[in-house]
Structures are given as C-alpha cells and as structure tokens.
Design a protein around this ligand. Sequence first.
Ligand SMILES: Cc1cc2nc3c(=O)[nH]c(=O)nc-3n(C[C@H](O)[C@H](O)[C@H](O)COP(=O)(O)OP(=O)(O)OC[C@H]3O[C@@H](n4cnc5c(N)ncnc54)[C@H](O)[C@@H]3O)c2cc1C
Length: 398
Amino acid sequence: MGCVIAGGGPAGAMLALLLARSGVEVTLLEKHGDFLRDFRGDTIHPSTLQVLDELGLAQEFLKLPHRKAYDLNLVSDRGDIKIASLRRLPSAYRYIAFVPQWDFLKLITTAAERYPGFRLLMNAEAYDLIREGGAVRGLRYRDESGEHEIRADLTVAADGRHSVLRERAGLVPENLGAPMDVVWFRLPRHRSDRDDTFLRISPGHMMVAINRESYWQLAYLIVKGGYARLTEQGIDALRGPVGDLLPWLADRVGQIEGYDDVSVLTVALNRLRRWHRPGFLCIGDAAHAMSPVFGVGINLAVQDAVAAANLLAGMLGSGAPIPESALHRVQRRRMLPTRLTQAAQRLVQNRVINPALTGGLDPSRLPRDLTKIPLLNRVAPRFIGQGIRPEHVMVKEL
Ligand SMILES: Cc1cc2nc3c(=O)[nH]c(=O)nc-3n(C[C@H](O)[C@H](O)[C@H](O)COP(=O)(O)OP(=O)(O)OC[C@H]3O[C@@H](n4cnc5c(N)ncnc54)[C@H](O)[C@@H]3O)c2cc1C
C-alpha cells in the first residue's frame, strides 16, 4: 500500500520523488490545481543544491531561470555592510539560487513522474485520517468528483504550517513567537539599479530587497499584528517608507496602487514536540514553521524529506509494517537542526529585528565588513548555506 503524502510543497514533493525513485508506491496530493503561488519561499540554498546534485538533477535545475547570490549585504544609513559570504563554502555550490518555487516543484514532480510507483493528484484536498486498530491507515480527500479514501502503510502530513492532518492527529505545535509580519510586493527593476540582494535597515524600518532581474521582490517588515493599522493609514504609509529607505525606488513606489498589490505573511515560528503517531508522520512546516530569517524554510523541509526517505524507504519498499520507533528516528534526526535553526532565528528576531522595528537599532555603527571577523566568517556561511546536520541521499534508485 506504500505511502500517501498530503501537500505538494518542497517537503512532500521531495519525499514523493525519493520514495518513488526507490521503488515505493507513493501518492502525492496537492489541494491546488497548480504550483503557481506568488511570494512563497524562493531561496534554494547549497544544502538543497547538493541534494539535487545527488539526484542527478542539479544541471536541469540550473537551466531554470535563476539568480545566484554569493554575498549577503546590509545597507545602513551610512552605506553597505557585508554580513556574510558563501564564496569559501566547502561545497560545489557556493551561492543561494533564487528560483520561483513553482519551477522548483515542477522539476521535482516531473522527475518523480519517471517512476511507475508515483501518482500525483492535483486539486485533491486531504481532510481526515483513516484510523484502524489504534493506527493511521491512510487519509480521506475531496476533489471535484467527491470524497475518496486512500489506504497506505504510512501517511505523511506535508501540508504546511496550517496542517489539517496534524490537527486531525491531535498534534499541536508549541508557539515560539515572532515579533514581525512581512508585507511582500514587487516593483520594476531598472538596469541602472544595484545588482545584489540585500537587507536595508534604518532605525524603525527594515526591508529585504531581492533582485529578480526584471523586478525587485521586496519584503517590508512590520511589527506583529500591525497590518490592519498600516492599511487604515492608506497606501502612502507603505510607499513613503519604501521611498525613504531606497530613494532610487521613490520614482516607482506609485506603482503600488493599493493593498491589493501586496501580500502579507503572518510570520509563525513553532514546532511539534512529537512529529508522529502510529502510521503517521509530519515533516516540513507541518512539523515546524520557520521564521523567514535566513530564508531556510524550503531547505529544512527538503532535509526532512531526505532524512525520512533514508530511514523509511527500505521498510516501505518491503511492505514490512512501520514501527512508530522508525518514525521517531526521523524526528530524532531532524529535531536538532530544527531546534538550533529556530534558536538562531529567535536570536536574530529578538536582537536585530525587534530593536530595528522599534527604532532601537542603528546598524551604521557596525564594522563595514563582518566577514573579516574570523569566527563569524567560518560559522555563518555554513549555518546559512548548509545548515546543521546536512542530509545526503542514501536511498538507491531502483
Ligand atoms: C510568503 C512566504 C515567503 C517565504 N519566503 C521564504 C524564503 O524566501 N525562503 C525559504 O526558504 N522559505 C520561505 N518561506 C517558507 C517556506 O515557503 C516554507 O518553509 C516551505 O515552503 C515549507 O515547505 P513545506 O513543503 O513543508 O510546506 P508548504 O510549502 O507550505 O507546502 C504545503 C503544500 O501543501 C498543500 N496543502 C495544504 N493543505 C493541504 C491539504 N489539506 N491537502 C492537500 N494539500 C494541501 C499546499 O497547497 C502546499 O502546496 C516563505 C513562506 C511564505 C508563506
């Protein structure tokens, strides 16, 4: 009966590919009709590039339209500060690749379609678990034609941070708190604009600017819960700070016509204490919603998938029952990276973002080049680029 996975995001798609590649029957359900959703995570870090390499997909991936960021810069009121560089990472991939998430997911699911055991159901929304004899034995989903059941040896919730299946399994994440929400929007990019992707901090304001060649993808950070107040003040309450932070964008801010042109991300930082029930496992954001700090949400989701496949593919392929202890091994392997990454995100949230948004941080006083601080230069690129305990594809292709 194999495996059924709810959620065709990075975690679910990657797990489905790895299992199908190793000969397991796997059904992947995605509630939307396509992967086209704007302002999702688009940052593919060296750890994920390495996984793609191990799957023989790196060259295909690098043919997708993308931009590479080798250095991470902060722009203060008094000029640029280099905060990290991936150029010396001990990896074949020394950059973050910015790729629309739908292109990444299409690549993964197309690769999975080469294997006979893979089945992708789009417009298929999982809504409940099938329970028998004290264990989960599959899920129930609905599509245009009605309600259906899929039975499986293992049911995986990869349905994101608002996971329905997690809730149906009675698992509740512990909230770790985040002081900010993020307002995403885009503005055209001119050839004469700067060329990098950077963080802009000025007392009371913080923004991330991602160079997408023809446009800037911009993330303006606001104090948690502040979006309603921002919208009440009218669109100039957003245009004004953006033009002040980056005066060379002031000629374009009028193109944000209203709040219909922006998308708000309510930032969540949480994790489950227990990721599993008999026959059931949560991975990716369903197990741990990540803060946007370091842009590592996709990468952790992919790493969870690789660890789960490494530990479970053999049992699933042989049709042997999956003991809950095997599911706990997946949690045990991925809990440390999750905890440490979330701890670092909290540190940045509390020491940098919160003070920046409340006017108590002025980065102008920092040294111009933080990569000259040896310890920071050794630790930061590895932490951001490769993460804690990077996973490698151990399951063989059948
Ligand atoms: C606005 C925004 C910006 C972000 N920016 C970044 C970034 O720059 N870098 C980064 O690394 N991370 C970023 N993240 C986080 C990143 O997108 C997530 O951490 C990552 O996508 C998690 O992958 P996942 O597969 O676990 O979950 P998701 O990507 O959330 O995928 C879950 C999938 O399940 C589907 N689904 C949900 N419910 C059901 C159901 N009941 N049945 C079937 N399917 C279902 C959803 O449609 C979705 O496709 C951002 C997140 C958001 C919301």
